[in-house]
Design a protein around this ligand. Sequence first.
Ligand SMILES: C[S@@+](CC[C@H](N)C(=O)[O-])C[C@H]1O[C@@H](n2cnc3c(N)ncnc32)[C@H](O)[C@@H]1O
Length: 183
Amino acid sequence: MKDKILLKEFIRDKKVGAAFSTSKYAIKKMLGIIDFDKANILLEYGPGKGVITTHLLERMHKDAVLFVFETNEIFIKELLNIKDERLVIINEDAEYARTILKNRYKINTVDYVISTIPFTFLDRRKRKRVITKTYNLLNENGKFITCQYSGLIYQLIKQNFYQTRVIAALINIPPVIIFTGIK
Ligand SMILES: C[S@@+](CC[C@H](N)C(=O)[O-])C[C@H]1O[C@@H](n2cnc3c(N)ncnc32)[C@H](O)[C@@H]1O
């Protein structure tokens, strides 16, 4: 039932970029990169209706906090059904995460950024801004983890981050690549 919303929004909103939610298999691979004992402040770009968000909350320790940045208002309504005090839902573009966290929450750095925003649908300059700002927002050894359908973002992550890792998650429709940039 809920996937109908994703399909509808995929057709209506070009920023959505996928007609299917990320599979449990790909989510497990992404979350396997996170050391939840040390993850105090997490950030998610493009949570959609919250398929990764709920798994993150399940694994996060009780004092951790998760900020999610989502542009689509239909998905924001879905996210508001998740009742968890550690979740902060922000209806803004991920590009402004650093400024918003700093000005509104007095947060200068985060431990992890998990992203499923479709970088292929962003113009080149915006892609660059998102990656640079994300790098600046992460603390030392912080990780940027992104699940993508194409390798387009690889060079940009490689240019900006100290280390880059790549994992293929083939049991997903369509198959995805998980890129990790380590600061
Ligand atoms: C491919 S969907 C992923 C949804 C869900 N996280 C999943 O893994 O199935 C991409 C999501 O990113 C959101 N999005 C796209 N560009 C964004 C941006 N610049 N800032 C925040 N959210 C964005 C879309 O509205 C959509 O919910």
